[in-house]
Ligand binder design. Structure first.
Ligand SMILES: [Zn+2]
Length: 229
């Protein structure tokens, strides 16, 4: 069994790459994993696309409000452990848009796909509170469409965000993948920036296909990280 605690204690810079599995224990469903349950127009890949927002903003709004916002959710023990470890010596690079790492106090954080709780009007770029957005996606003052600052299907990731993520991977002597099956590109491709001497570990309930030499810690991440908080 890989000694995760020892590895974290000895590492100089720990970079976590995290996904939906980190937030399911906070009651946030993994909308991608229910992919087969959606009708075509309701599939995340369509509903959450730049094309859908441009052509059918009301449908986009309905879908996002129905499926994505869980403002009652609180950070769980994984968010807390990762915030504590990385605030001392590391970075979290997350695919999650739920803002729970931030809520847990993480300050060395790259939100690779943005944050649902940061919103703006596409016309005038004014910021909005998510509570306003839950009521309406139209900015009354100028008629502009309000949207969450998340990366939609068909949209590029901002250069500054990619660069921050790459820097966090390159800095790490210990890279830990938690709560993601590593199928979503370009996020999964970040691993190619790992240093040759970095230790790569994945924490997951089921085994994942990992690069040669990587370590697998099988188990429930809430139990694995409980001893770090
Ligand atoms: Zn506006």
């Amino acid at each position: 069994m890989f000694d995760l605690k020892g590895a974290i204690a000895q590492a100089k810079h720990v970079t976590f790459m995290t996904g939906a599995g980190v937030s399911t224990a906070s009651g946030i469903p993994d909308y991608r994993s229910k992919g087969g349950l959606y009708a075509d127009a309701e599939r995340p890949e369509y509903a959450l696309s730049a094309d859908n927002l441009a052509a059918h903003h009301a449908h986009f709004h309905d879908w996002v409000v129905a499926n994505m916002y869980h403002p009652e959710a609180k950070p769980n023990v994984i968010h807390q452990a990762l915030a504590k470890i990385t605030n001392e010596k590391g970075t979290i690079v997350t695919q999650n848009v739920d803002g729970l790492d931030r809520q847990a106090g993480a300050t060395h954080l790259v939100e690779f796909h943005g944050n649902l709780y940061r919103l703006y009007c596409q016309t005038c770029h004014q910021s909005f509170d998510y509570r306003d957005y839950l009521q309406s996606d139209i900015h009354a003052k100028d008629g502009g469409v309000i949207r969450p600052d998340i990366v939609l299907y068909g949209e590029p990731i901002a250069n500054a965000v990619v660069q921050a993520a790459v820097a966090a991977i390159q800095q790490a002597d210990l890279l830990i993948v938690v709560g993601t099956s590593f199928v979503v590109y370009p996020f999964a491709g970040l691993i190619q920036y790992a240093r040759p001497d970095a230790t790569l570990v994945a924490v997951n309930k089921e085994p994942l296909a990992l690069p040669a030499g990587a370590h697998m810690v099988l188990g429930d991440a809430t139990q694995v990280f409980a001893e770090f908080v």
